[in-house]
Design a binder for this molecule. Sequence first.
Ligand SMILES: [Zn+2]
Length: 342
Amino acid sequence: MTEIMKAAVITEIKKVNVIDVPMPKIGPRDVLLKIKSAGLCTWEQRIYTGQAKAEYPFLGGHENAGEIAAVGELVTNVAVGDRVTMGSSACGTCRACLRGEDKGCAEHFLNFSLKGGIYGPGGFAEYKVHRSDGVFTVADAPWDKAALAEPLSCAIHAARLLGAKLGDTAVVFGSGTMGLMNLLVLKKSGLRVAVVDVNEDRLEKAKKLGADLVFKSDEKIRERIKGAFLGGVDYAITAYGSDDVNQDALDVLNNRGKICLFASAHPVVPFAIDPNVMHNKETSAVGVVSADRCDHALATEMIAHNQIDLSELIDATYPLSQAQEAFHRATSTPSYRVMLNP
Ligand SMILES: [Zn+2]
């Protein structure tokens, strides 16, 4: 196997270079993945635009699917040629792991860290090293859909932490890729779901993907949501990080409702909650980022068995050599996922 591979590295704000980097080496418990598809997530888009801080050069890419090209000597769960999605690892022995909450394991971000001097998760490249417990077989699902197992796992994680079930009601604020991922999972779970956004095209997409109601955000949004849901909803998910959205979400909750802070906020504005309102309404607040391995396993299974259709969330695909164009596309027009196919 060759000693050099191509990688699409962000070298400064709004600048992506496809460069030669050393082929990563695998350890006894690792697999080498030939990357087939990689989604440009919001975090990486923010690093590209300079909105989020990162060390440059930065090698992004953590929404990945690919083929196993080599396995370390201790790997037993997958073999060369297997088609897999890529998720997190876990030690299996710490308190978080033993409680089934391995998102809190110190090894959770193991596969998303420094690679040979270049900072970043490393999926915008021809090959990537991953520990074997972080890969999940995906049958013959199309590569681009398979690469979306990671963002889908986050929405599954949110629904699980909320306890969303048949007959419940929810409103999702934000109709971008992650808002729609939440919509799809909540609909699949049997909920009545509304989606709120400022962009009418995005709301059209939400309708197409099964939203029971869509609302264009305005100053009467709270009344309109409450009116449509007999006074309030059981869950409000903020897939867009802003204090206005957080306050709207909090206000439209039912008694014993739960607000889910799904998106990060840029800039950060403190979230003010009236403790007496929370006390009297028995409100819960749940923060969600990433997912436990069981959520990723379920996301992969749903994609493998075609139980959820993510094709509407894929806007465009580019070869690795056009990574600059891909980042430009993902950050310039309101878009859903843009994929790189190394
Ligand atoms: Zn652990």
